[in-house]
Design a protein around this ligand. Structure first.
Ligand SMILES: NC(=O)c1ccc[n+]([C@@H]2O[C@H](COP(=O)([O-])OP(=O)(O)OC[C@H]3O[C@@H](n4cnc5c(N)ncnc54)[C@H](OP(=O)(O)O)[C@@H]3O)[C@@H](O)[C@H]2O)c1
Length: 295
């Protein structure tokens, strides 16, 4: 079983990758922007290829290296910034990294996905305003405004709020991509297409762009003090992510949103924003234009 994965060097993805690499029938290919960041335990058992999701050319080169069939694609890498920044191609960096590059990988790898392959994109409960996560909720999934926030008349004046809303919006895009792929690829009924909300998982590297005291709190203190149904830990959510890609009970989902609840993934209804079919179709088409593909 050949599994291709992003975001395996740290946090939730690292935990998932360690479990996948230990499975006797799994051949794991990891895309990483710093291959040196791949833990030795993983580097010994996986193929590591260069991949910088902030650069669409790098995503293309990564996809070119991959021979099929691919049995599972796990798009787990993600960043959260404290201000809007730009990708190599000039798109807002969070949107480009978390959404556009994974969208491009999905599109480029679709032809080499095995008939019964699984796709899992790591999304987040922050995509859903009703979850009241404390993050600024997405207002829309308009690719043009997310890629060029200066064109959005409702843009946030505070860089911090803008950075965090960009993150929540990118996670909405991950979920909508999965839902839209399930609609568009009716001719590929064997594919399982899933989005995964790992819960709130303090202790990972996700807050690394924050000022040092906040990043330290997220990494070291919050895991000790935060509890609740929606709170998880990297080993638990990592194990769930590995299971979504491999375990028989998750093998037949078309556009399913798995969300951690009390340490297990449940099939949760996506937000009403995520269920907006016209918006998802537009996101798909506009993203295709941005990455240089036909819709
Ligand atoms: N932690 C949470 O509370 C939480 C909640 C909901 C969803 N999530 C999602 O879970 C996923 C994993 O996050 P995490 O919390 O485990 O954070 P993490 O420890 O920071 O892991 C992020 C991963 O993404 C990779 N990455 C970032 N930018 C990249 C780029 N330009 N090119 C290639 N790889 C890149 C990182 O690689 P490097 O080693 O090169 O940095 C790392 O492997 C993300 O999609 C995140 O949005 C997390």
């Amino acid at each position: 079983m050949h599994i291709v994965m992003t975001g395996a060097t740290s946090g939730i993805g690292r935990e998932a990758a360690l479990r996948l690499a230990a499975m006797p029938d799994v051949r794991l290919t990891i895309g990483a922007r710093s291959p040196d960041a791949v833990p030795p335990l993983l580097a010994d058992k996986a193929t590591v290829l260069p991949l910088d999701l902030a650069d669409l050319d790098s995503a293309r080169a990564f996809a070119d290296e991959l021979a099929g069939p691919v049995d599972a694609l796990i798009g787990n890498a993600g960043i959260q910034l404290t201000r809007p920044m730009q990708s190599v191609q000039g798109y807002e960096l969070t949107f480009a990294t978390n959404h556009l590059a994974h969208y491009l990988l999905l599109r480029l790898l679709e032809p080499v996905l095995a008939p019964d392959a699984r796709v899992v994109l790591t999304a987040s409960g922050v995509h859903d305003p009703a979850m009241k996560t404390g993050m600024p909720a997405p207002r829309h999934a308009r690719a043009e405004w997310l890629a060029h926030p200066e064109r959005d008349l409702q843009r946030d004046p505070s860089p911090g709020t803008a950075g965090r809303r960009a993150y929540a919006s990118s996670k909405l895009c991950n979920l909508m991509t999965v839902l839209e792929a399930a609609r568009r690829w009716a001719d590929r009924p064997g594919l399982s297409l899933m989005a995964f909300d790992p819960g709130f998982v303090p202790g990972t590297g996700l807050a690394r762009a924050y000022p040092a005291p906040l990043a330290w709190m997220f990494r070291r203190v919050l895991p000790l003090v935060v509890r609740g149904r929606g709170v998880s830990r990297a080993p638990i959510s990592g194990a769930a992510l590995a299971a979504l890609a491999t375990a028989p009970q998750y093998g037949s989902g078309r556009g399913v949103y798995w969300s951690m609840d009390n340490r297990v993934p449940i099939d949760r209804t996506p937000s009403s924003l995520a269920q907006d079919r016209a918006a998802a179709a537009a996101l798909w088409d506009d993203s295709a234009t941005m990455v240089g593909l036909a819709a």
